[in-house]
Design a protein around this ligand. Sequence first.
Ligand SMILES: [Ca+2]
Length: 462
Amino acid sequence: MKTSNHIQSNRRNFLGGMGTAALALSATRLQAAAASRPNLLFVLVDQWRFSSFSHGEVNDAKVQTPNIDSFLNDSLRWRKAYSTSPVCTPERAVLMTGRYPHQTGMTHNDLMLPPGNRCLAEIFTEAGYATHYIGKTHYDGEAKPGFIPPGWRRRGFTTYEGYNRGHDYMPGRYYDNDGNLIEHTEYEPAVQRQLAEQFISSNKARPWFCFLSWGVPHTPYAEVPSQYKTYSLAPSDLRPNVPGTAAPEADLENYFAHCTAADDNFGQLMQFLEDTGLRDNTLVVFTSDHGDMHFSHNLEKKGHAEEESAHIPLFMRMPGVIPSGAVSDTLINGVDMMPTLLSLCGLPNQKTCAGVDKSDAAKGLPMPGIDSIFCPHQDDWRMVRSGQYKLIVRDKTDPMTINSVTDLYDLDNDPYEMANLVADPAHAAVKQQLYNRLVQWIADTDDPWPQAAPQAGIMYTT
Ligand SMILES: [Ca+2]
């Protein structure tokens, strides 16, 4: 079947959903919101690490992302953005709720976010926005692909074109708003870009929030259109922390091809905003749920505290509010996203959010009170980033002591984490300071570390 036919039929479906949603909201409220609110386009990619862009710093050799380079001329780039817990389900639940995984029970993959968690899209929908989710969710249990029915499992999004989990790019599939499985042969990010453009076109008269969740550049690395398979890497192109025994070149070439293909589609989406006159009233956010090791430190994929897994891209554009071509050194992680986005869109912060509103930093203002961020990952490790340092505890000694600390890195002087300073007497004071901060984070967020946090279930039927 042709993609265009699917999209056409799908468009009718979600327009129907829109009409139902609109009836539930008062006309006055909608008009007030439409007059004053910016739109929000949130582009979430999967497993795209901080360094796999052609702008900036500690870049991977040869990767090309020209459209994002251009986008950054008008945007703010966060230099110190981290995944709160770098695997799919925990981080996606963090983005939806502004809460740490141990606070929601969403500590591991394929769990279902329990009912009753206050979610980002609920606030936008209540404020009169058209809210729409496209692509992979992965916070709705084990179902694969997994239709998410209308109701509480939509997490506040009024309409939806996606699936719970899986990575199939060519061919691919998704459920439309009514639960029909739509199959396509076109590259998935291109299909989803067109769905986003149709949703936006249909809602130009009111404020809208589109959450566009792309599955790439996550595996399958090779499932990428051939015109992007132009990379040829040699061992000398690898990061210096990749051991000589590893041979990630072939996977990395295809990973970069996904990055360039997604960059191409992102560029088209930005051109669409320009052409439709929506650019100046839209907050655009681009980020990833976590990175990909590609054999740095001889590790694979994600779930690791190392930079290639935990350090993520985060870009924001909001003309007249966020300074163009700016860089922020304020530390930020996934739990901060919900309060920060709400604030930038003029919506109220929620008491349930454990994260911090960092909209001042987004606006180019200093935030001297932000001394650190806390990244708790399953019952594997706890990490604190502060200033130029990263401290990690991987040993679950109970009670935890300063001797539990396993890693200390000076990222300004050692961006590839080649020199562990944990036993260096010259850094004993820094280690103590960051350890104290970690202990405070654990107490402040009711983290049961070194005990395992209770896990959410895989299904709720409320
Ligand atoms: Ca992921």
